[in-house]
Write a protein that binds this ligand. Structure first.
Ligand code: AMP
Length: 421
């Protein structure tokens, strides 16, 4: 049997990993600017966490979750998302007891058994923030500002993006809205796909997530959640819109946007790319004011978002193809002769301790071949031959200009950066 990676789970090879590292660095730095601290929950959780948090009737839990028993028969899941995990950790470690707002962020792999396609994998990576402890619409605005800011920071212009925004109200508003949806879809039951007929009984809100062409007409005519908001949810939403206006952040009201997860309340949003085709959502989020309580903690509102790393990498590499040939080293050490090689190994160790990215040939290449590797991988070649050894020197060759200079080893090592511009 030929061993290959599992369908929908891919290797991120070194040339692409460079872009991932840059993005992860930008994301961490930006989250820190907004006062978020990293949390790293485990990848495996009790399956029940997601059944209760994300919702039994969601596609994520109902169809896509990787669930398996451990050796004692406890049902575990590979996490399909991280909000439920972060909230579990928040409750388990009593983070609410500090009486402060908890601002947490995470980065890491998630797992969903979906149909793999462009922008959709079975193992994918999310970055996300969660702010727990305040109902202030200014926090919703901050999270949306952070989402826009992140895209600007990684180099995506506002023109190529749009924000879909909606409010789906609180749990008091939900029964009336759910009944309105149930009445609407029951009357058009015959038009709905088999999944939506099930959703009609379980949670008609989930019908609004359906992508099946046959359901779209009924969905387009469905009642809008904005028409079912209580005065407090309406005021919250209006304040959010006004704050977004103050911050100059564009949005498009989308009455169909409910997001495929049960825990959302009030604000929901998605930041989408015009360049991605069907899977256009770069990130999505909203409020989840009941989730902490549902998972066994004290009533605590929350708001956050999660974005897909793969989709960010996709838009960015569509614009600027990955450069596999980019030099990755400052210096390539090229010894000539066995004695010089011993000295070169010592030089290499010292250079690396001084923060210089350096390497040499381990494949017994000829001088000519070693120089061609140097030209491809590094900015400078450091040549060590019998003459250099005898004089305690090395030859520094600038591989861009072709210029060489002879330096004393001691002088060079005292401050190599001064010579490696
Ligand atoms: P969700 O957790 O479903 O709200 O998704 C948040 C974001 O994660 C989406 O906007 C996507 O960017 C990304 N995402 C979700 N599912 C996948 C997947 N199967 N493959 C790649 N990215 C995904």
């Amino acid at each position: 049997m030929k061993l290959e990676s599992v369908r929908g789970m891919r290797d991120i090879l070194p040339e692409e990993a460079v872009l991932w590292q840059r993005l992860e660095g930008e994301i961490r730095a930006l989250f820190a600017l907004y006062g978020y601290k990293e949390i790293r929950p485990p990848v495996v959780e009790p399956a029940e966490l997601f059944a209760r948090g994300v919702g039994e009737a969601t596609d994520i839990v109902h169809k896509e979750m990787y669930v398996f028993p451990d050796k004692k028969g406890q049902m575990l899941a590979l996490r399909p998302e991280a909000t439920a995990s972060v909230v579990r950790a928040y409750i388990e470690h009593g983070l609410y007891a500090k009486g402060d707002l908890a601002k947490l962020y995470y980065l890491g792999p998630m797992f969903r058994y979906e149909k793999p396609q462009k922008g959709r994998q079975r193992q994918f990576h999310q970055y996300g923030v969660e702010a727990l402890g305040s109902l202030d619409p200014a926090l919703d605005a901050e999270v949306i500002d952070l989402a826009w800011h992140l895209m600007e920071r990684v180099g995506l212009s506002r023109e190529g993006l749009f924000l879909r925004l909606n409010s789906i109200g609180c749990r008091e508003d939900r029964p009336a809205y759910r009944e309105a949806l149930r009445a609407h879809f029951s009357a058009r039951r015959e038009e709905l796909c088999a999944d939506c007929q099930r959703r009609l009984a379980e949670n008609p809100l989930r019908i609004l997530d359906c992508k099946e062409p046959q359901c779209q007409e009924a969905i387009a005519a469905a009642p809008k959640s904005l028409d079912y908001l209580c005065p407090s949810c309406r005021a919250h939403f209006e304040e959010l819109l006004s704050l977004l206006g103050d911050l100059g952040l564009a949005y498009t009201l989308d009455p169909r946007l409910v997001r495929g997860i049960d825990y959302y309340t009030r604000t929901v949003f998605e930041l989408c790319s015009r360049e991605l085709g069907a899977q256009d959502a770069l990130l999505g989020g909203g409020r989840y004011d009941d989730l902490v309580e549902v998972l066994g903690g004290p009533p605590t509102p929350g708001v956050g978002f999660a974005g897909g790393m793969e989709r960010l990498v996709l838009v960015l590499s569509q614009r600027q193809p990955l450069d596999a040939a980019a030099p990755d080293l400052d210096a390539y050490v090229v010894p000539i002769g066995a004695e010089a090689r011993r000295k070169a190994l010592e030089l290499l160790a010292q250079l690396r301790r001084r923060g210089v990215a350096a390497d040499l040939d381990y494949l017994g290449r000829s001088l000519r071949k070693a120089m061609s590797v140097a030209a491809r991988r590094a900015r400078y070649a450091l040549l060590l031959g019998p003459d250099e050894l005898a004089q305690g020197r090395l030859t520094l060759k600038d591989l861009r200009t072709g210029q060489s200079s002879s330096l004393f080893l001691g002088e060079f090592l005292a401050n190599p950066r001064a010579f490696l511009a």
